[in-house]
Write a protein that binds this ligand. Structure first.
Ligand SMILES: [Zn+2]
Length: 213
């Protein structure tokens, strides 16, 4: 605002300067006027970032991970954002509600514990499918259902019956957790129009083989 106000007078005195170009003086702590070149370089690539950011602890690598992270914590740049994600969440979980229901376990939970999950993995959806907010998403809880579905430990059969993969037997605690909460459940989120997305998940992501009886 302040800059705009001061700029107003520029070029309005008939002195020929109609470009509204202003010169700004910035003081950057740690840099003197003669350091302009190094400031430019450091802004482009912050010091230490190239040495420590993203250290890979590969087998045989002589670099061990540092106990103190010296890289850049916040990166500048424009990360691609999922344009439709906020709309999907709003549709599945209107801001007016105090609780939402997990599609898989059926628990009523506070909104912060629920995610607007894609029934068919978003990166595998066509743009048309990504726009199909009425069918492509479901609410999944952060108590486990979201990740269990994403990893294919559970799936949804035609008609809505929750399928549990027997790969889960390799982790007894997980088996107890999942069978206790999901065995024999039918999700009300299944519908004929969502079936193509559940079917894709069953075919591509669900870790088939045997199912837990
Ligand atoms: Zn759940």
């Amino acid at each position: 605002m302040e800059m705009k106000r001061r700029q107003k007078g520029v070029g309005s005195h008939g002195d020929g300067n109609r470009q509204k170009r202003i010169k700004m003086l910035l003081h950057v702590p740690g840099y003197m006027p003669q350091d302009a070149a190094s400031l430019e370089r450091d802004l482009a690539e912050p010091p230490l970032a190239h040495m420590t950011d993203g250290v890979k602890n590969l087998p045989g690598s002589s670099v061990s991970p540092s106990l103190t992270f010296l890289g850049v914590l916040e990166r500048l740049g424009r990360a691609p954002r999922r344009g439709e994600q906020a709309n999907l969440r709003m549709l599945l979980l209107p801001t007016s509600v105090q609780f939402g229901t997990c599609a898989l376990c059926g628990y009523d939970l506070p909104p912060q514990m629920l995610v607007a999950a894609h029934i068919k993995r978003r990166k595998d959806c066509s743009n048309l499918e990504r726009r199909d907010l009425a069918n492509v998403g479901m609410l999944a809880c952060l108590l486990g259902c979201d990740v269990l579905y994403e990893l294919g430990y559970v799936g949804v059969g035609e008609g809505g019956l929750i399928m549990i993969s027997d790969v889960i037997r390799t982790a007894p605690s997980l088996l107890n957790h999942v069978t206790g909460r999901l065995s024999g459940r039918t999700t009300p989120w299944w519908s004929p129009t969502r079936e193509k997305y559940f079917a894709w998940h069953r075919t591509v992501v669900f870790q088939s083989g045997h199912m837990v009886e």
